[in-house]
Design a protein around this ligand. Structure first.
Ligand SMILES: [Zn+2]
Ligand SMILES: [Zn+2]
Length: 181
């Protein structure tokens, strides 16, 4: 979605629209194990207005992201709900090379006649993602020795619901057993 700067008025306007996620999927695609997959579009609702040359955007995003659990590697659905507030200031240097610039203070500048919201929305989506995707806080993941999915129940090689500290103790006890050979 692009909004022309001269159509942003002091009285707030609202817009609901869908923003594509091709770029996000490209970032998380490729050959490495992907952590997230994005729906073709995220839904955005935006309120925007200006005060002088400063442009204000208040938005909310929603959609369903597919996450790949970092423990059991299964995909799961992750609701996207993100609210944001942004202020864009006119670029004091008048740089035309980039559409948006950001300084050390986190202030964003615009230097074009038209604001492209796609990069702003993509950034907000990335901010909403968990650092480590988990299908469930209680996910037991995969057995490190046999690869069995422990959410389905214990596998043969570890004590059930094993505390890793107890597992080390268990091995120790086995080693101390008198030889049964
Ligand atoms: Zn999981
Ligand atoms: Zn196992």
């Amino acid at each position: 979605m692009k909004i022309r700067v001269n159509q942003i008025t002091e009285s707030p306007k609202e817009k609901s629209f869908e923003e594509g996620t091709d770029e996000l999927n490209r970032m998380y695609g490729g050959e490495r194990v992907r952590d997230f997959h994005f729906p073709p579009v995220v839904n955005a609702h935006l309120l925007y207005y200006r005060s002088g040359q400063e442009l204000f955007f208040q938005g909310s995003l929603s959609g369903a992201i597919e996450g790949i659990c970092s423990r059991c590697l299964k995909s799961y659905s992750l609701p996207l709900e993100k609210e944001f507030n942004l202020v864009l200031l006119p670029d004091p240097l008048g740089l035309k090379s980039r559409e948006l610039n950001r300084d050390e203070m986190g202030l964003s500048y615009y230097s074009t006649e038209e604001i492209d919201l796609a990069p702003l929305i993509h950034e907000q989506v990335l901010l909403a993602l968990p650092i480590r995707p988990l299908c469930d806080d209680q996910c037991r993941g995969l057995c490190a020795s046999c690869g069995a999915e422990l959410n389905q129940g214990p596998c043969g090689c570890a004590p059930s619901q094993g505390d890793p500290r107890m597992a080390a103790f268990h091995v120790l006890k086995q080693d101390q057993k008198p030889s049964a050979r």
